[in-house]
Write a protein that binds this ligand. Structure first.
Ligand code: PLP
Length: 359
């Protein structure tokens, strides 16, 4: 039997474990921030019809530049964006990896404000990019002064701003993004994976794109759009940035099935996003009820809530799982993270947690 340590693996990968939340089948899965509402039937039918159409041509390579999908994504985002300013890949994780391939790499540096999305450091590792872990202020907040000072101190080639931040849910003001952009000659990535869940009035960093060619705003269809299984992430930026990403993408990386399914879903964006208002309501309910239990929820603009005040999060996680409820232990002292699901899933989580902390 050969094992991993017998192989001539790259030094930087030796001893590493593959990343990913445990995939456990339970009645109430609230661990990876999916939209747990099922797809509307009319949208499902349209997606299937588009995939059936694509299968007729599946002997041929798909449109390498996926212009129809980029047009629809530009329309969906608005802000006068044109398809040349849009890029997409198999999940925004792949988009972020392409950004690192184009702008990071050996002898280059990326900076993230930790705790933040764990894929940033993992993608940095995979692309041999140095990763600087800048911290955050009280309650995981960032101010323009603090964030810009960290960027000036470390002089990264890529800055990652997760807005709102995963796993803490913390909203990020546009003034922080403007200050960070002004403090660097590098690439500034604003990861808006949860943008659609923001409190009304929260502005997208897309509004800052004009005149800022090094600003990249990444989005995903995995969360608000209830499309995690289809693997579609995308990005809005200057057209020159898209040209840079085309240097590193694999040709035909988006399959004809993916393109067709995403186009069909975007043709129904209103219906696809119908559950978002309900999810926000459940998110706000989680914050209120967790606080009422004497726990310490952090403010959140996303579809999940990080909450502290747990003496033994690993034990609480297990006891919830024993009751059929799966949440996420992100490794921050005294905390767990829970996704806002449907009203009944949220109730099931809150009931189970009440039982666990009172026993
Ligand atoms: C979920 C998530 C993503 C990636 O999602 P994909 O499914 O790869 O599109 C990116 N950034 C953050 C912060 C996320 O939480």
């Amino acid at each position: 039997m050969t094992n991993l340590s017998d192989l001539p693996l790259r030094d930087s990968l030796k001893g590493r474990q593959p990343y990913g939340a445990p995939q456990i089948h339970v009645p109430v899965a609230l661990n990876v921030n999916e939209n747990t509402h099922p797809l509307p039937a009319e949208v499902k039918a349209d997606i299937i019809a588009r995939i059936a159409e694509a299968v007729e041509q599946v002997n041929r390579y798909p449109d390498r530049e996926f212009m129809q999908l980029r047009q629809r994504l530009a329309n969906y985002l608005g802000f006068g964006l044109v398809p040349e300013q849009i890029w997409a890949a198999n999940g925004s994780n792949e988009v972020i990896q392409q950004i690192f391939q184009a702008f990071g790499g050996p002898n280059r540096k990326a900076l993230g404000f930790e705790p933040t999305y764990s894929m940033y450091s993992i993608i940095a590792q995979g692309t041999e990019t140095e990763y600087v872990r800048a911290g955050r202020l009280d309650r995981y907040e960032l101010t323009p002064e603090f964030a810009a000072a960290q960027v000036k101190l470390h002089v990264p080639n890529i800055v990652l701003l997760c807005s709102p931040n995963n796993p803490t849910g913390t909203p990020l003001g546009l003034e922080v993004i403007e200050a960070v952009y002004a403090a660097t000659d590098g690439i500034v990535v604003v990861d808006e994976a949860y943008a659609e869940f923001a409190t009304d009035g929260a502005q997208s960093a897309i509004s800052l794109l004009p005149g800022r060619p090094r600003l990249l705003v990444s989005r995903t269809m995995s969360k608000a759009f209830a499309f995690a299984g289809a693997r579609v992430g995308y990005l809005a930026a200057d057209a020159a940035v898209v040209d840079a990403l085309r240097l590193v993408r694999l040709p035909y990386h988006l399959s004809a099935f993916t393109q067709g399914a995403a186009e069909a879903a975007l043709d129904h964006s209103q219906v696809m996003l119908a559950a978002v208002a309900d999810i926000r309501e459940q998110r706000d309910r989680l914050v209120i009820e967790l606080a009422a239990m004497g726990l310490d929820p952090f403010r959140s603009d996303s579809n999940f809530v990080l909450f502290g005040g747990l003496a033994d999060p690993a034990q609480t996680w297990q006891k919830l799982l024993d009751r059929g409820v799966l949440v996420r232990n992100v490794g921050i002292d005294g905390t767990l993270r829970v996704t806002a699901g449907t009203a009944s899933e949220t109730t099931a989580f809150l009931d189970a947690l009440r039982e666990v902390i009172h026993n």
